[in-house]
Design a protein around this ligand. Structure first.
Ligand code: NAD
Ligand code: UGA
Length: 448
C-alpha cells in the first residue's frame, strides 16, 4: 500500500512529537496534525522556542520537517478526507460524571473523533488508536464508524504510545518496542503491514511487535500499571526505612542489582505524577471491577492509594517539622512540573503537597523553570478547588527565578530539575521530595 497522506487528530504531548518524528523519518509521506483547539495549532506553527509542548530535541525535529512534509492545521474535515491513515491521539481523562465517574476513562473526545472520521471520510481508511484506552474500545469505535458510513471500509488498529515526557524524542527514535494490534483477517493484516512499513523506516523489525487488538489495548494499560506499581512499592518501603534506619537509596540499589528485577523505576519520591499513571490505573481498576475481578481491582487500586499516602506523608513531615504549626511560615516550592524536562504539570505531586501546606497556613513562593504562571494558577483553580485569584493575592507568590531564600523558613524540592541540584542550601531547611541532593543533616529526604 502506497501511503501519501497521514492525519493525526490531537496535537498534544503525544500527537505533536510522534507525528513530528514520523514526518522526519518518512519524508515521502505528508503528515498533518489537526486539533479542535485553534490556538494550539497556531502555536505549533509559531516560533520554535514556544511550541505548545516542551521536549528536549523537539524543536530540531519540527524545524527540519515543518513545511516540508509536516503540517499543523485546524481543517479537521479536509485532512480526514485526504488521509489514507488516521491516528487518533486525543485525551482520555478520568470520567467526572455518570457511570464509572472518578475511575473509568472518559471516551467522549475519542468518540467525537470517530464521529468526525465517519462524517468526513469518502474513501476507505486505516484508523489507529494512539490514545490509551480501555480494552475492547476498538469494538465501540467500529460501531460508531460503521453506523455513520456504511459504504466505506474502516480497518481499526491499536498502536499505543510508550513515550515518556521529558525523553519523548529519544524514546521515539529508539523505542524499546512498537506495538501494533490488528484483526487476524486479510484486511487487518494488510493494515498492520502498512503501519509496520512506516515504523520500519527507523525501528529495527525485531522491535515491532504485532498482536491482536485486545492484547495491544490492554498491554498499554498494564505497562503503565506495572511501572507505577514499582514506584509505589519502593515508596511504601521508604516509609519503613524511615522507621528502621535502613536507607532507601541503598535499598533500591541492592534490590535493582538483581538482574531479574533491574534498576529502573525504583527511585523513591514524593509520588508519581503525570497525566497517565493515575488515570490509567484507575481505568484498570474499573475494568477489573466491571469484569467481576474484585481482588484484582483491589490489588491495583493499592498502587494509587500508596501514591496518595506518600504525597500526604511528605507534606505532613514538613508540617511536623514546625511542631504542627506552619501558620505564616514562608516555604519555597522548587518545581511544579511532574518531572524534569517537561512543561507538563498534570497530576504533579507539587500540586498536592503545596495544597496541604497552603491550607495549613503557609506562605508559598513557587518557582518552576518551564511551567508558566497561568498553568500554575489553573492547577490551583482546578485541583485545589480554590479561587486562584484570591489565593494568589493572599499567600502565594509565583516567581520567575529561584527565590533569594533570605526570608524563607524551608525549601521543598518537588521536581528534579538539574538547576536545583547546584544551589547552595546551607542554612536552609530543605525537604527533598525527589531525592536529588547528596545526604546532609539539614536535608529531609524520603526514606533516609
Ligand atoms: P493532550 O491533552 O496533550 O492532547 C490531546 C489533544 O486532543 C488536545 O490538544 C485537544 O485539544 C485535542 N482534542 C480533543 N478532542 C478532540 C477532537 N474531538 N478533535 C480534535 N482534537 C481534539 O493529551 P496527550 O497527553 O497527548 O495524551 C493523548 C493520549 O495519549 C491519552 O490517551 C494519553 O493517555 C495517551 N498517552 C499520553 C502520553 C504522554 O506522555 N502524555 C504517553 C503515552 C500515551
Ligand atoms: C509514563 C511511562 O513511563 C510511559 O512509558 C508512558 O507512555 C506514559 O507514562 C503515558 O502513558 O503517559 P511519564 O508519565 O511521561 O511516562 O513519565 P515517567 O518517567 O514514567 O514518570 C512518571 C512519574 O513517576 C514522574 O512523576 C516521576 O518523577 C515518577 N518516578 C519515576 C518516580 O517517582 N520514581 C521512578 O523511579 C521513576
Amino acid at each position: 500500500m502506497q501511503l501519501k497522506n497521514i492525519c493525526c487528530i490531537g496535537a498534544g504531548y503525544v500527537g505533536g512529537p510522534t507525528m513530528a518524528v514520523i514526518a522526519l523519518k518518512c519524508p515521502n509521506i505528508n503528515v498533518t496534525v489537526v486539533d479542535a483547539n485553534p490556538n494550539k495549532i497556531k502555536a505549533w506553527n509559531g516560533p520554535l522556542d514556544s511550541l505548545p509542548v516542551y521536549e528536549p530535541g523537539l524543536d530540531a525535529v519540527v524545524k527540519e520537517a515543518r513545511g516540508r512534509n509536516l503540517f499543523f492545521s485546524d481543517d479537521i474535515a479536509g485532512n480526514i478526507e485526504k488521509a489514507e491513515m488516521i491516528f487518533m491521539a486525543v485525551n482520555t481523562p478520568t470520567k467526572t460524571e455518570g457511570e464509572g465517574a472518578g475511575m473509568a476513562a472518559d471516551l467522549r473526545y475519542f468518540e467525537a473523533c470517530a464521529k468526525d472520521i465517519a462524517k468526513y471520510s469518502k474513501s476507505d481508511k486505516i484508523v489507529i488508536e494512539k490514545s490509551t484506552l480501555p480494552v475492547r474500545t476498538a469494538e465501540k469505535i467500529k460501531e460508531i464508524l460503521d453506523e455513520n458510513s456504511a459504504e466505506i471500509h474502516f480497518e481499526i488498529l491499536s498502536n499505543p504510545e510508550f513515550l515518556a515526557e521529558g525523553t519523548a524524542i529519544q524514546d521515539l527514535f529508539k523505542s524499546d518496542r512498537v506495538l501494533i494490534g490488528g484483526d487476524e483477517t486479510e484486511s487487518g493484516e494488510k493494515a498492520v503491514r502498512a503501519l509496520v512499513g512506516i515504523y520500519a523506516n527507523w525501528i529495527p523489525k525485531e522491535k515491532i511487535l504485532t498482536t491482536n487488538v485486545w492484547s495491544s489495548e490492554l498491554a498499554k494499560l498494564a505497562s503503565n500499571a506495572m511501572l507505577a506499581q514499582r514506584i509505589s512499592s519502593i515508596n511504601s518501603l521508604s516509609a519503613l526505612c524511615e522507621k528502621t534506619g535502613a536507607n532507601i537509596v541503598e535499598l533500591s540499589k541492592a534490590i535493582g542489582m538483581d538482574h531479574r528485577i533491574g534498576p529502573h523505576f525504583l527511585k523513591a519520591s514524593v509520588g508519581f505524577g503525570g497525566s497517565c499513571f493515575h488515570k490509567d490505573i484507575l481505568n484498570l481498576v474499573y475494568l477489573c471491577k466491571f469484569y467481576g475481578l474484585h481482588e484484582v481491582a483491589e490489588y491495583w487500586h493499592q498502587v494509587v492509594k500508596i501514591n496518595d499516602y506518600q504525597k500526604d506523608r511528605f507534606a505532613q513531615k514538613i508540617i511536623d517539622y514546625f511542631g504542627g504549626d506552619i501558620n505564616d511560615k514562608r516555604i519555597a516550592i522548587l518545581g511544579w512540573a511532574f518531572k524534569a524536562n517537561t512543561n507538563d504539570s498534570r497530576e504533579s505531586a507539587a500540586i498536592y503537597v503545596s495544597e496541604k501546606l497552603y491550607k495549613a497556613g503557609a506562605y508559598l513562593e513557587i518557582y518552576d523553570p518551564m511551567v508558566k504562571k497561568e498553568t500554575i494558577l489553573r492547577d490551583i483553580n482546578s485541583y485545589w478547588n480554590s479561587n486562584s485569584t484570591q489565593v494568589q493575592q493572599k499567600r502565594i507568590n509565583i516567581l520567575k527565578s529561584i527565590p533569594s531564600f533570605k526570608e524563607i523558613d524551608a525549601t521543598v524540592i518537588l521536581t528534579e530539575w538539574n538547576e536545583f541540584k547546584n544551589i547552595k542550601y546551607s542554612d536552609i531547611k530543605v525537604f527533598d521530595g525527589r531525592n536529588i541532593l547528596d545526604k546532609s543533616d539539614e536535608i529531609y529526604q524520603i526514606g533516609r
